[in-house]
Design a protein around this ligand. Structure first.
Ligand SMILES: [Zn+2]
Length: 510
């Protein structure tokens, strides 16, 4: 008997919303990734692809495991930014639902979302989309979502899906495994499994700097969850521990545990409870010291031997930062730092000016010529145009590996002479999480004494060949992604939450 040809819809509206950042508009999505229909599958089957890796892995795993017919609808992604424009989001949902209704009978829906989106008129757009999909396809169709581990989980998201599968690594380098896992689970559902989920959210909102997974409390918690999942493999299908994204400033903030079981509701609830209790008992470990800007300049000037790397932690475009604060750069210039590679500064005007001047030109560089926010202050200094690039590059290490990025006109500017500070300026806002941000100009990381990146954590995967964790410093810079959460005016975040409210209480459900 030949296997039934399964029909699976594919979609995703991906955004990590920082409520303090500017609104993510339709153009921001269209400039980054906006693919519809058959193009989604064409792109997903390429070895170097513009679509998120979990979508590529899902499609390729479905291809490899039996007959199926993809029903590709809409896949769009905006780099982390503010709340999504409500009108655009509603149009995306309408387009996906119209596609589902036009598709006829389906066996499954795969959703590749980020999970920490807020809309200008909706505190839980991920939940809204998932609920609309469930309503459209009915209860018998398999609905599986993969989400970033920074997702903020709601009851609506858990209720609308059969399984939510979260990334397990930060920096995020396991999207391929999670996409494969989603496809294999969907195949199991086609064979008759009807999984159930249990979800617990804690009043625990850790700073992003404490949500790394190679070491520390969050990594330990994820490892524990995976060990318990293996021990209970007969019944437990997936354990996902979501660290949450504080800056979404929404009612569903808080570290969440989602456990998916084959059939046993109590087993899912028991294990979710066990992991939540473990997280809560270890909550004091979710804190981390930062390096002051003054200390960073001293370190850069003192450093003669092993190179070090600074994270400009308050201004991470990967968390909604503008990518154009100048405090750390200005301090290094004023301190006369030598042998520094600094990237990537988002300033299209400056990059275009460098292109107009040409390589070798010297000029008075004005960073943030038209900056008009607290975090885009003007900064001027003499610079030389060292190298120019069109910004079309393919990542090679870490989160951008094999991803094509279009950074627009880019320039490497030299400040303070030959052995001074080399600043990479880009025209599309991205975090410098891959050595290609420097290597595209022929800059060799091994030649730098100090590297500074506008990236909070993902650079660790891209730069590990040069910088083991003991050579990484997270610098306390101001900006929209400062790990010092008490600096923000929270509006929607539930209170009390630990650690901002140290006396917060929590008791396990049931
Ligand atoms: Zn993330």
């Amino acid at each position: 008997m030949s296997e039934k040809n399964r029909r699976v819809a594919l979609c995703g509206v991906m955004l990590e919303s920082n409520a303090f950042s500017p609104i993510a508009k339709e153009a921001d999505f269209r400039n980054a990734l906006y693919v519809t229909g058959a193009d989604i599958v064409v792109e997903a089957r390429k070895s170097v692809s513009t679509v998120p890796r979990e979508m590529a892995a899902f499609v390729q795993t479905m291809d490899a495991t039996g007959p199926w017919t993809p029903v590709p609808l809409l896949l769009t992604n905006c780099p982390p930014w503010g709340p999504v424009n409500g009108e655009f989001f509603t149009a995306c949902v309408a387009q996906i639902i119209a596609g589902l209704e036009a598709a006829g009978p389906l066996d499954g829906v795969y959703i590749a979302n980020h999970g920490a989106m807020v809309a200008t008129d909706d505190g839980d757009p991920d939940g809204t989309l998932m609920t609309a999909i469930r309503d459209a396809v009915g209860g018998d169709v398999a609905v599986i979502a993969t989400l970033d581990l920074h997702a903020n989980i709601s009851g609506a998201m858990a209720a609308a899906t059969d399984a939510i599968i979260g990334y397990q690594t930060n920096p995020h380098v396991d999207q391929v495994q999670r996409g494969e896992e989603a496809a294999l689970l969907m195949r199991q559902m086609f064979a008759g499994m009807r999984p159930i989920q249990n979800f617990i959210r804690l009043p625990l909102v850790p700073p992003s700097t404490t949500l790394l997974t190679a070491a520390g409390p969050y990594g330990e918690l994820i490892d524990y969850g995976q060990r318990r999942a293996r021990e209970e493999a007969g019944e437990i299908v997936n354990v996902s521990v979501f660290g949450n994204f504080a800056f979404s400033d929404c009612a569903k903030n808080g570290l969440s545990i989602v456990v998916t079981a084959r059939t046993d509701v109590d087993k899912a609830a028991g294990l979710a409870n066990e992991i939540a209790t473990r997280a809560w008992n270890n909550r004091a470990a979710f804190s981390r010291e930062l390096t002051s800007i003054d200390e960073a300049v001293t370190l850069a000037n003192r450093n003669e031997g092993t190179p070090i790397i600074f994270s400009d932690a308050g201004d991470n475009p990967g968390g909604g930062g503008e990518g154009r604060t100048t405090w750390l750069l200005a301090a290094l210039v004023a301190g006369g730092a030598k042998g520094v590679y600094y990237g990537a500064f988002f300033d299209q005007e400056l990059a275009l000016e460098a292109h107009a001047l040409g390589e070798g030109a010297t000029f008075d560089a004005v960073f943030n010529r038209t900056g008009d926010t607290e975090f885009s202050k003007r900064f001027e200094c003499k610079a030389e145009v060292l190298k120019l690039h069109d910004g079309d590059m393919v990542g090679r290490l870490g989160i951008y590996k094999d991803r094509r990025l279009k950074l627009g006109p880019c320039a490497a500017l030299q400040i303070g002479g030959e052995d001074g500070i080399t600043v990479v300026v880009i025209s599309a806002r991205h975090q410098a999480a891959d050595p290609m941000f420097f290597e595209m100009f022929g800059l060799d990381i091994a030649q730098a004494r100090t590297v500074c990146v506008k990236s909070r954590g993902h650079f660790r995967a891209g730069f590990i060949p040069w910088f083991p964790p003991e050579h990484v410093y997270e610098v306390d810079t101001a900006g929209l992604t400062s790990p010092v959460l008490s600096r923000f005016q929270w509006r929607n975040l539930p209170r009390p939450v630990y650690p901002m409210d140290p006396d917060t209480d929590w008791t396990p459900p049931g």
